[in-house]
Write a protein that binds this ligand. Structure first.
Ligand code: 48F
Length: 265
């Protein structure tokens, strides 16, 4: 059967259009496709929630691809294996409480299982603002193509609705920074501000990152490295167990909220 180039184009346009329109009203919107955002998306999608992840770059995976200094291996501690095992990644015990995985295999597995669970990923899109309600609660995202951002063209964005938003943007804490810029120092931190990331200490950083992964403003949650930066905790470098546990923790918190909303409705 002959192939028609225009049908190829039409298939892409039709299917992307359908996906985009379907995402206009979501339960959860995740900003950032690093390990924490992907794990959060996996657990939420697995429970049947409508969840999309927006990533600025062409490739999903954030800072996980490069392992440590581009040696593409990552280290995980024992606690995190229960999460990693859900993704069928091969791990090697290095010594007690230190496990090593291939970073490329791990990113591939996170993306595969998250999308198979129902997570919708939009790449090449940057979040430039949040949508807010009359009382300044977060209720969606303002989105543009990364190419528009990079070329600084004057093109207006479009808006998506979401009951909850997760800031999974890593060191840059983009969503928290948007709240500070637009609304002020109203974060749920002791200062209302981003408290700032401390220097490297894997032990201290990993201990608190899951606990730091929680609501930071009305309907806005944080996960991953952004959680430690916002709550003033340390950085951890190429140990990734905390990222996985953090993604699960934020998914658990939000699914509890969504379940409660369903009961109240
Ligand atoms: O940085 P990233 O991997 O965040 P993470 O999931 O993991 C952190 C680790 O990689 C590592 C670490 C822990 O061991 O210290 O750094 O917390 O992924 C964040 C993603 O968010 C995207 C960015 O391109 C990256 O892929 N991102 C950042 N800002 C935006 C964004 C934005 N405004 N819109 C869309 N995507």
């Amino acid at each position: 059967m002959p192939l028609d180039d225009l049908i190829v184009s039409r298939a892409i346009i039709d299917e992307y259009h359908t996906t985009l329109v379907d995402a206009l009203n979501m339960d959860v919107a995740i900003v950032g496709g690093g390990p924490a955002g992907l794990v959060a998306g996996y657990y939420l999608a697995k429970q049947g929630y409508k969840v999309s992840l927006f990533e600025r770059k062409l490739s999903i995976g954030g800072g996980m691809w490069g392992g440590g200094i581009m040696f593409n291996k990552i280290v995980l501690q024992e606690d995190a294996l229960k999460v990693l095992n859900e993704f069928n990644v091969r791990v090697k015990k290095y010594r007690d409480n230190y496990y090593v995985a291939d970073s490329v295999e791990t990113v591939g597995a996170l993306i595969y299982h998250a999308t198979q669970a129902g997570l919708q990923i939009f790449n090449c899109m940057s979040i430039e603002d949040v949508k807010i309600t009359a009382d300044d609660a977060v209720c969606g995202l303002v989105v543009n193509w990364t190419s528009v951002e990079l070329t600084n063209m004057h093109v207006d964005p479009i808006t998506f609705g979401a009951k909850f938003v997760i800031d999974a943007t890593g060191h840059s804490c983009d969503m928290a920074n948007i709240i500070l810029k637009r609304i002020g120092k109203v974060l749920f931190t002791p200062t209302g501000d981003i408290m700032g990331e401390g220097s490297m200490n894997a032990e201290l950083a990993e201990k608190v990152v899951a606990e730091n992964s929680r609501e930071i403003y009305k309907n806005l949650y944080v996960t991953g490295m952004a959680a430690n930066a916002i709550w003033g905790s340390k950085r951890m470098g190429p140990i990734f167990g905390g990222m996985l546990l953090s993604g699960k923790k934020v998914a658990d918190d939000i699914s509890a909220r969504l379940a409660q909303e369903a009961v109240n409705a």
